[in-house]
Design a binder for this molecule. Sequence first.
Ligand code: HAM
Length: 433
Amino acid sequence: MAKIIQAVRGMHDILPEQSRLFRHLDSTARAVLGAYGYEEMRLPLVESTELFARTIGAATDIVEKEMYTFADRNGDSLSLRPEGTAGCVRAGIENGLLHNQMQRLWYAGAMFRHERPQKGRYRQFHQIGVETFGMVGPDIDAELIFLTQRLWAGLGLQDVRLQINSLGSPVARAAYREQLVSYLAAHQAQLDEDSRRRLHTNPLRVLDSKNPDTQTVIANAPCLLDVLDEESRAHFDTLRAMLDAAGVAYEVNPRLVRGLDYYTKTVFEWITDRLGAQGTVCAGGRYDGLVEQLGGRATPAAGFALGVERVVALLEEAAVVPAEPGPDFYLVAVGEQAERMGVVWAEQLRTAAPEARVIGHCGGGSFKSQLKRADKSGASFALIVGDEEVDKGNVGVKPLRAEMPQQTWAWRELLTQLAGARGDEVSRRLAAQ
Ligand code: HAM
């Protein structure tokens, strides 16, 4: 037997059962985003490596060790996108969408990070990302948070809580960074190895360490919120007032720093305790400096991305089962002539009632086995065609879900009866007979 090839580690197939939940998330998000006036972007999976180094930050885990980077046939260094913000900003600048404009944009798709795979953490995963441009105040930060909250409600999810923080202006952050480095340096012996390394490359990330000894040190570290610049402080206070006024519950987490370098002022995360270690289902914040950093005119910006696999895992955990109707008809065809005509009749039915969901049985088999399949498909009716029916131009209509007798219809008459039926009427028109 030939060797079986397996999927790449950390990259998963999404099978029909699960893809139903993905679709549920997708359609709910699409509806909520549409209602808030956000428009969809479709962005490339591959960008130049430099784009990510210049945006996410050369000293971040993502750029340092997690990117899928390769030289293409011209020798250009390209990377599979580890996230969507960088590409969205690049596209905005390149297509003239940002300068002096207000934009509310979103995108969805696969992202790639060479992380150590575990539950909730994959090497290929999906995000739904939202980015806004041209709006400088905390009102847009609040809108992004309201939108995510509405999405959780629409999905029927409850166990997610909001944490917010402010990272201040770049100047305030640089001053804080110095304070933090001198504090941490004085306690170096108690830091874990990773944190000691980060002390000189990306000291704010030390605040994220899960190591218990390091956490003891962090507990007494100077706090960025205490040294915020005045403008960032006012921005943060107004955001908090807006969330309070709207009745949105949140916790201020002064240690929330995010793993990407581009953030300024507001950052936030939605977290759940139901998924183990990988509990952040959605994360984002402001990134007012990024457009200019990439060569565009200075443009305020804010956004977030949710981790699709993690939200789907929460839906599974909460036993959310999206209502997806089964097919309306399963056409059973038994006999040589019937098999030949069955596939044609199924097609005629689709033409007469384009919204009907029709499965035509293919591959022959006994009446009993075909009927079994019809039942398993979840169809409302089996349409039964034998050689005799083909001769007479008739079809048997057998209700599979309702307690009703089987009927015989002239095929032409059935097509007329169902002509133009809207999706939800298809079965009803027959049931009413
Ligand atoms: P991020 O925090 O790196 O931010 O990722 C956002 C979300 O993607 C995470 O909260 C998590 O749910 C999901 N995620 C990240 N890595 C993985 C993984 N390896 N496996 C499964 N899920 C994962 C960003 O990507 C920013 N671009 C968000 C943003 C948009 N900020 C402003 N605009």
